[in-house]
Design a protein around this ligand. Sequence first.
Ligand SMILES: [Zn+2]
Length: 376
Amino acid sequence: MTMGRFRLGSILGFEIHIDYSWFLIFVLILWTFTFGVFPGFYPELGPSAYVAMGIVGTLLFFASLLAHELSHAVVARRRGVEVEGITLFIFGGMAHMSAESETPQDEFVIAGVGPLSSFVIGAIFAAIWWVGRTLGWTEAVTGVAWYLALINVVLAVFNLLPGFPLDGGRVFRAIVWRISGDMTKATRVAANGGKWVGYLLMAFGFLQLLAGNLIGGIWMIFIGWFVRTAALGGYAHHLMHDVMKRVRARQAMSPDPDTVGPDLTLQEFVDDYLLARRHQAYPVLADGTPVGVITLGRVKGVARDAWPERRIRDAMVPAEEGILVGPDQPMDEVLEKLRQSELRRVLVVEDGRLVGIITGHDVAGWLERVRQLEGR
Ligand SMILES: [Zn+2]
C-alpha cells in the first residue's frame, strides 16, 4: 500500500510526510476538478478559470484532509497518546499513533474530532461561499468554496461509517469498549463492521460500474477493498499487542546466547565467530557484565586492513544505546525498543547478568507458534 515517502515539513510539531502513491490521487483529483466538476457546474467560465479553480480547489482539498488529520493528532497528543506524524497517501491521510488509546473516552474523542473538524471546515467554506455570493464575487471563487464545503461534509459523513479503522468505526469501538469493558471484543466487533462497510463500498462500486461510471466505480471498489483489508489488519495488529502486553521478555528470548569478549580483534571475531558459527551478532561481555553488541554490519563499517588491530570494544554498539531490557518487561515495550534500535535485537539482563537475547526473528517465530496454538 505504501510506496516510500518524502518529508513535506512539520506543522505544530508533527512531521508531515507524503507517500508517493499520493501523486496518483493528486493528479486524478486535479484532473476531475479541472475538466469535470467545475466546467460541469459553472459552464459560463473560461478554460483559464477552470485551471485556476482546479489547482486551488485541489490544494485546498488536501489542506482540508491535512487539517482533519491534524485534529486527530492534536487531540491525541493532549490525551497523552504519542503521535509520530501524519502521512498523506492514495486513500487520504493517516495520523500515526505509537500506541492505542488507554481508555474508551480517549478513543472516542481522538476519533470523533476528525469528522467534527471536517464538518467545521465544510461550514467555513459554506460561509465563504455565502459571503462571496452576497458581495457578488466571481463564480470562480464562490464555486470552489461551494464545492469544498460539499466535499468536506461528504468526507465527514464517509468517515462516520461504523467500520474500524474509519473514524466512525473507532467511535463505535469506543462505545462497545465502554459498555463491555473489553477492548479486544470491541475491536473485533468494530473490525467486523469495517469488513462489512468495505464489502458494501465494493458492491456500491460495482453498481457504479454497471451504471457506466468507470472511474468512480473502480475508485469505490478500491476504497472498499482498502477498508476491508485495513479492518482485518487492524484487528490482527490489536491482537498482537494484546498478547504482547501479557507476555514477558523471558518467555520470548533465546536463553544463554554465545558471547564474545571486548578485547578480541575484529579479525579474530570474523574468523572464529562470524564465519565459524551461525549468528550475525554477539553480545559483548566484560567481566560477566554485558557492555554492548557486535554485529556483522559494525565490522563491515571498519576498513578491512584495520581488522587485525581494531578491537571489538571500539566497533560495538554500546549497551547504553537502549538495547537492554529486563526479563519481566512486557513484550510490547520490548517490541517498541526493537523497532527503534538499528540492531533489531535487545539483550535481556537480570541483576547485571546476561540471561538472553531477543531478535525480531525470535519474536516473529514465537508469534507464529502462538498463532498456530490459538488457531487464529
Ligand atoms: Zn479521521
